[in-house]
Design a binder for this molecule. Structure first.
Ligand code: GLN
Ligand code: ZN
Length: 758
């Protein structure tokens, strides 16, 4: 048996890459030092894989920001507006990733989207009519060479042609068919060049192949790969799929001259059936994803051995590996010294997964695997239940009826009541909740957590911050204020820490986008709220101002989607448990005089099944009710907001309405307000706040540009239900840019308001 890895986390076990890149952004280190840090990390990651005997170790999976952007840059897909800045290669790369505002010009970043149904974000490549597609970068070759110099033979990995074209945005008249020849040539050149360098394998990541494919898609797949593979090269080609099964194109994949096919047997519910029905060619290698790359639980060897044995009945040459890149799990459990062993022995992060692969390989090669020590240890660990159920929580969920999911009266009636009650101006301005988590905030929280700052001092600090933030929001003239979320390290972690059933790592960081990392909580047991969570902060802020203060909560679906869920309960049951806990918080806030409550569902879209046919049955049928369960108990006067991230909503607008919130704010500015058109076309009923500027970039929008955005929204959906807000929370931004941007936003709203009235 041999083992293979699709991709390894790149930020570093102690987030070294994040810190180095951020220092580079602040001008504290130069490109040389940044590159040195990167090289050290790559070397450490290759060696970790080598130490576990991984036979196929990837290279090129490292990235300064994002691997899709890397592939775009490799093929010269750098839009004119970034070229025009005249920056060097690295600076141009970062300008595409995060925008640029400086002496050379002022451009926004490329649009950012969720990488399939994960919480990783990629940058959307743009293909302009003028694009000259050819090899323009050397990263993929350099990193292969770098590994070889360390004595490690790697398999260079890049986004495959099909997925690249599916994810890219065509900004002019050209479409995939017009540039297919150029793309083919460019990929062939990569193969040829790697062949000359002596590479044995190359990996094309093609996760788009697990989505619903049309006949045209399938034709495109064949039209791309037949010529790419027919060129003269000595490299073997692996087409690597993950996040599901390839039921729409399995036969086509088999018919193309790939040397290896990577299939996901963890999330790909039909992968095994495909093998059983259609077999697998003798002359190809099957790379079987059998260890979850998405979750952190220990692999159950008995099950995996059974799966591999079944796979081997159909495929002669099998290599095992994780189901997807290990990018989506943290580095190593060995850094988790605070959690008791009773917990940590159930976890497998990236390093532990390498070890699991090594053990599985040994077991698969053993004549008597069940007699092996590794097998017995695994059996013993996983025998019996991991934790006891909370009977009261189980009973509460079991007793839910249709009424618990229905808010009365209906939206139009509530709208009139709330209008009267809140007396907000037209085009009310607000924010999404968080304000900059400046170094002082992070430092004192870290010190408090280490026990170096007493509770009382920490509390005083937070409450002072809230007071200051409320005062400044009032001063710049926002209409609906927030307390600023200074007490929260992260919108999910904070709530998880206040609820029973979650456990936390100290170092379980996972890259979300660029240098931004998150530390997903682990849902260990049944979830229950044992005390109010946000009431004190909200009530304090509310007492400081006559303007309404919006309470801020994280919704159940987002809590679930941004955690590592337990796998011994269905997601629906977990979501309802969390919903009941948050529901109690909503009712407490209301009872304390908070009239507007925002329940963030930033990640609702994220776990939509990749195939449309599964959307309802496997997800929305419980996810939307979970949200409704949270707020169905409030009075008509109480205005429920929600907030959603990502730029694509057009395909689920009715489901978003079915959440039955009174107002919904959206992240939209990075996709040029396509969303507004969707809202218009669908006759969207609730209040809507499409973000008027992008908060993922330090760029300060000017008043004119904001007015133009607002006018465009007014023209599309009318002023009556329109809210004006940034597109997401401001926690990652600096103070100066935040207040300047908000000032511009409030002014722009006021001027458009005056135009409407005049
Ligand atoms: N209320 C959260 C914040 O402002 C929402 C964050 C998010 O949507 N990701 O930070
Ligand atoms: Zn958001």
């Amino acid at each position: 048996m041999r083992t293979s890895v699709i991709g390894y986390p790149r930020i570093g076990a102690a987030r070294e890459l994040k810190f180095a890149v951020e220092k580079y952004f602040r001008g504290e280190i130069g490109a040389g030092e940044l590159r040195r840090t990167a090289a050290e990390l790559r070397s450490a990651h290759w060696r970790a894989q080598q130490a576990c005997g991984i036979n196929f170790i990837p290279s090129g999976d490292f990235s300064f920001y994002d691997h899709v952007l890397d592939t775009a840059v490799l093929f010269n897909l750098v839009p004119e507006r970034y070229r025009a800045l005249g920056l060097d290669e690295l600076e141009t790369y970062f300008a595409m990733a995060r925008g640029y505002q400086g002496p050379r010009g002022d451009v926004k970043a490329l649009a950012m989207r969720k990488w399939f149904n994960t919480n990783y974000h990629y940058l959307v490549p743009e293909i302009e009519d003028s694009a000259e597609i050819r090899i323009a970068g050397s990263k993929i070759f350099d990193e292969y060479e770098e590994a070889r110099r360390l004595g490690i033979e790697t398999r260079p990995a890049l986004v495959g042609a099909f997925t690249l074209l599916k994810l890219a945005r065509f900004t002019g008249r050209k479409r995939a068919e017009h540039i297919a020849d150029d793309i083919v040539r460019a990929y062939r050149d990569v193969l040829a060049r790697l062949g000359e360098m002596g590479a044995r394998w190359i990996q094309f990541d093609e996760p788009s192949l697990v989505t619903d494919l049309t006949p045209e898609d399938i034709r495109l797949l064949a039209e791309l790969y037949r010529p790419i593979l027919s060129g003269k090269h000595s490299v073997k080609v692996l087409v690597q799929t993950y996040f599901g099964d390839v039921r729409d194109c399995y036969d086509v994949l088999l018919s193309l001259p790939f040397d290896g096919i990577g299939l996901d047997f963890v999330e790909g519910v039909q992968s095994l059936v495909l093998l059983q029905k259609h077999g697998f060619p003798e002359n190809k290698t099957l790379f079987a994803g059998v260890v979850s790359g998405r979750n952190i639980w220990r692999n159950r060897y008995a099950d995996t051995l059974r799966t591999v044995r079944e796979i081997r009945r159909y495929a002669r040459d099998v290599v095992i590996g994780p189901s997807c890149s290990l990018l989506h799990v943290p580095y190593s459990v060995k850094h988790e010294t605070r959690l008791p062993q009773d917990y940590t022995r159930h976890f497998a992060f990236a390093e532990e997964k390498l070890r699991e692969l090594a053990e599985l390989k040994r077991l698969l090669d053993s004549p008597n695997p069940t007699k092996e020590e590794a097998y017995k240890r695994n059996e013993a660990l996983l025998a019996g239940p991991r934790c006891k159920p909370d009977e009261a929580v189980r009973a509460r969920v079991a007793a839910l009826t249709e009424r618990d999911f229905t808010r009365l009266p209906a939206l139009p009636e509530r709208e009139a009541i709330q209008r009267n009650n809140l007396k907000l101006p037209p085009l009310p301005t607000t924010t999404i909740g968080s304000f900059p988590q400046t170094p002082d905030v992070r430092a004192i929280r870290a010190a408090y957590r280490k026990g170096e700052v007493p509770e009382e001092a920490y509390r005083r600090f937070i409450f002072d911050k809230i007071a200051d933030c409320v005062r400044r929001q009032e001063e710049i003239g926002l209409d609906v204020l927030v307390h600023g979320e200074f007490e929260r390290s992260d919108m999910v972690e904070y709530f998880g820490e206040c609820l029973d059933g979650f456990v936390f790592t100290t170092n379980g960081w996972v890259q979300s986008y660029g240098t931004r990392c998150v530390k997903p909580p682990i849902i260990w047991g049944d979830v229950r709220r044992s005390r109010p969570i946000t009431v004190e902060h909200a009530v304090f802020a509310d007492g400081l101002t006559d303007r309404p203060v919006k309470g801020m909560l994280t919704g159940p679906v987002t809590m679930l989607n941004w955690s590592f869920p337990r796998e011994d309960l269905p997601p629906k049951e977990i979501a309802f448990q969390i919903a009941l806990a948050i529901r109690d918080e909503v009712l407490d806030l209301e009872a304390h005089g908070i009239d507007i409550i925002q329940i963030d569902e930033a990640a609702l879209r994220e776990k939509l099944p990749l195939r449309r046919s599964d959307w309802h049955a496997q997800y929305l049928s419980w996810a939307i009710p979970a949200f409704r369960l949270v707020h169905s108990g409030v009075r008509s006067e109480t205005q429920i907001h929600t907030h959603m991230c990502y730029s694509r909503f057009e395909d689920m607008i009715r489901e978003i309405e079915a959440m039955d919130a009174d107002v919904i704010s959206f992240e939209a500015s990075r996709s040029d307000l396509e969303l507004v058109e969707t809202l218009r076309a669908s006759g969207f009923r609730p209040g809507a706040g499409p973000g008027v500027y992008d908060i993922h970039s330090p760029r300060i929008p000017d008043v004119e540009e904001l007015k133009a955005a607002i006018r465009k929204m007014v023209r599309a959906i009318g002023p009556a239900r329109l809210w004006i807000n940034p597109d997401c929370g401001l926690k990652t931004r600096g103070e100066d840019e935040t207040w300047a941007s908000l000032r511009h936003m409030v002014q722009a709203a006021a001027e458009v308001r005056a135009e409407l009235e005049g």
